[in-house]
Design a protein around this ligand. Structure first.
Ligand code: UFG
Length: 319
């Protein structure tokens, strides 16, 4: 697992350990926390662009699969600092795939993103919807998908690329959750509701959506983590390389999200601001392929649970 100490990675690490896998995590701890490894998983501290470090890590065991989470993930940062995103996300994936080839690891689960899709109106996005990323983050991940496709054609590697929609929520027992990157809407709103920040700014109310604010398909991190175990099971049963959308198929606007946080946690200040660079109006997943092919069964497919768990975890963090 790369990035196994991060927000999403730590949930997957935990579920893998609980399912009986033996897990080694590589993490540079730039945004991950070793304390997020709940079952004493082995941690190799370092950067995935460091091929010598990867060599040592791969040589230290016999690995059946790699799950690759380590990446920079904030859309507006990618607009401001594109080279950093291509370096960490694209070069990092390339180095990791080179190590997989060298050490003959042939199953690969890749963290991709809904940001590979661009601005589009109409119904939910299927995996065949046109890709047209609106920001360097999405492009860095789309290039990774293309590289993976080429490698899978040329070698014995098989992969599942999971295109995450908007991941939120936390471990229902509030042991792990989103600690860093306080730019995501639900995290920001929970912080405001708990008095950790003065207000939430709505980035644009002039989108072509029912209430003018951005619409996203929020997926609970526990359900997303489950999709990774399903993906691994699929690859273990010789499944062919595939890409799957990970969302519930239901979009919520920024205003609806803020309303639900207010309902659960009380009032906080909301200000209307301009659009944010790199944002699109709506991203909603058609995830029927994930359900049918991988047998994915979400447990928390509602905004209320997502926000309840995010709030409970936020309360465990220092102010
Ligand atoms: N938003 C606000 N105010 C805020 C934060 C966000 O109005 O303070 C709005 C955004 O404009 C957008 C929506 O809330 O309409 C969601 O924004 P986030 O920052 O929470 O998430 P993004 O949709 O920008 O991006 C996230 C991940 C990406 C992933 C994408 C997939 O950060 O990695 O979801 O949909 F690719």
């Amino acid at each position: 697992m790369t990035g196994g100490c991060g927000y999403i990675g730590s949930h997957v690490t935990r579920q893998l350990s609980e399912a009986g896998y033996r897990v080694t995590v590589i993490d540079d701890l730039s945004r991950g926390f070793p304390g997020s490894l709940l079952h004493g998983e082995r941690l190799v501290e370092g950067d995935i662009r460091d091929s010598a470090l990867l060599d040592r890590a791969f040589a230290s065991g016999k690995f059946s699969a790699v799950l690759h989470f380590a990446a920079s993930i904030v859309v507006p940062d990618s607009v401001a600092r594109p080279l950093e995103y291509y370096d960490n996300n694209t070069l990092g994936t390339l180095r990791l795939l080179q190590a997989c080839q060298k050490h003959q690891v042939r199953q690969f689960v890749f963290s991709s993103t809904a940001a590979v899709y661009g601005e589009r109106e109409g119904g939910p996005l299927t995996e065949d919807s046109p890709v047209a990323p609106s920001n360097p983050y999405g492009r860095s991940k789309l290039i990774d998908e293309w590289i993976l496709g080429d490698v899978a054609l040329a070698t014995a590697l098989r992969y599942v690329a999971l295109r995450y929609f908007n991941v939120a929520g936390a471990d229902p027992r509030a042991r792990i959750g989103q600690r860093s990157v306080a730019t995501h809407l639900i995290k920001v709103a929970c912080e405001a509701a708990l008095g950790k920040r003065p207000e939430v700014v709505i980035f644009g109310t002039d989108y072509r959506t029912p209430d003018g604010t951005g619409v996203r398909d929020y997926i609970h991190v526990e359900d997303l983590a489950g999709a990774h175990l399903d993906a691994l099971g699929y690859l273990e049963k010789a499944g062919e390389s595939r890409t799957f959308n990970c969302g519930y198929g239901r979009g919520y606007s920024v205003k609806e999200v803020l309303e639900e946080v207010r309902r659960q946690a009380g009032d906080f200040r909301i200000r209307i601001g301009p659009r944010r660079a790199g944002d699109v109006s709506q991203l909603v997943a058609d995830s029927s392929a994930l359900r049918k092919t991988l047998g994915w069964k979400p447990k928390y497919a509602n905004l209320s649970d997502i926000i309840q768990h995010a709030l409970a975890f936020e309360k465990t963090l220092p102010r």
